[in-house]
Design a protein around this ligand. Structure first.
Ligand SMILES: [Ca+2]
Length: 333
């Protein structure tokens, strides 16, 4: 198996098996497992029309034998195909096609391992790439033929956030997930030692580090089952600067939230002076500058229409001299 490790973290196995279970899956290619010989099998969730299905990889194309029986959680291996199909255990792009839709769009596609833009690491032999609410994750106890669960499919991220001088930064919000029901960001806060811990599905997690004093940072991390990934993040700020800005009298809030069409940001300036209001995404990229002008002390509002920007979490940042205040808003489409 080729390594999927990012250069900025190390993997250490610290924990016994997780015990959470949550058998929910309705996904076409529901589980992919390799054995020690790199033979594969795939679990499919029931498809409405399973006749005439085709699988492709980076090297091969094969039709699924239309004579096989179809039930929930069908498990296929090479014997169920009409042509040979090699799936590279180090990484491949596995696609499922249906007649009528083929060849325009695969109805399911799994890009893993050493492929560019892989959504998940290659599974070690005996592990599976599973689906849960359309999130791919690694499962150390696969369940081919049965509903997927998250047993042995949870891991931890332990991280420390530092400033540019190497001092730990407390109070940084670390967003690592989105609530599937509300769309709200799921986050934790760094403690007095600048440390945080996240217990999460063994998937690729995109972490955003939100600090009012410096630009937002982000990282992608592959979480492994029953394992702990340690990361270290440096923010582009110096928390030990001798003078902290006095933020009293400065506020910003957003309404409504979540945002469907338009949002109003209400903000207060303690002192008259130049200020700006700008929208950033969670990667810290500027999305739109809403205002940049001289403002009088007191309350103001500015409106924003997200237009065609993608749904997601955005940060509205008020900057007035040395003071920065941030409010989050969730854009729904
Ligand atoms: Ca399963």
């Amino acid at each position: 198996m080729k390594s999927f490790f990012f250069p900025f973290f190390v993997l250490t196995v610290l924990l016994p098996g997780a015990t959470e279970g949550n058998p929910v899956v309705e996904h076409h290619m529901s589980e992919l497992v390799f054995n020690e010989s790199s033979d594969w099998h795939i679990e499919f969730f029931l498809l409405e029309s399973f006749e005439g299905c085709m699988l492709t990889t980076m090297t091969d194309t094969a039709w699924i034998n239309p004579d096989i029986l179809y039930e929930d959680y069908i498990v296929l291996d090479a014997n169920d195909l009409l042509q040979p199909l090699r799936i590279d255990p180090d990484g491949d792009i596995l696609s499922l096609w249906l007649p009528g839709i083929w060849p325009q769009y695969p109805i399911d596609e799994l890009r893993f391992g050493d492929q560019p833009n892989a959504e998940i690491a290659a599974p070690p032999a005996g592990y599976s790439i599973s689906n849960l609410s359309y999130i791919r994750y690694l499962d150390a106890s696969p369940t081919p033929g049965e509903p997927n669960d998250t047993l042995d499919a949870m891991g931890d991220i332990i991280g420390t956030v530092y400033d540019s001088t190497g001092n730990p930064v407390p109070g940084v919000e670390v967003i690592y997930d989105t609530d599937v029901n509300t769309g709200e960001p799921v986050s934790t806060i760094t403690d007095v030692s600048g440390e945080f811990t996240i217990h999460t599905l063994a998937s690729v997690r995109f972490l955003s580090f939100i600090c009012e004093s410096c630009p937002t940072e982000s990282r992608s991390v592959q979480v492994w089952p029953d394992s702990t990934v340690e990361i270290s993040v440096s923010l582009d700020c110096a928390m030990n600067s001798p003078v902290y800005p006095d933020e009293n009298g400065y506020e910003i809030s957003s309404n409504p939230n979540p945002v469907f069409e338009e949002v109003t940001f209400s903000y207060k300036l303690r002192d008259s002076g130049p200020h700006s209001i700008a929208i950033y995404d969670l990667r810290g990229s500027l999305v739109e500058l809403l205002t940049e002008e001289y403002g009088t002390a007191g309350s103001h509002t500015v409106r924003w229409n997200p237009g065609y920007i993608p749904a997601g979490v955005y940060l509205c940042r008020l900057e007035a001299g040395p003071v920065t205040k941030i409010t989050k808003c969730v854009v729904w489409k």
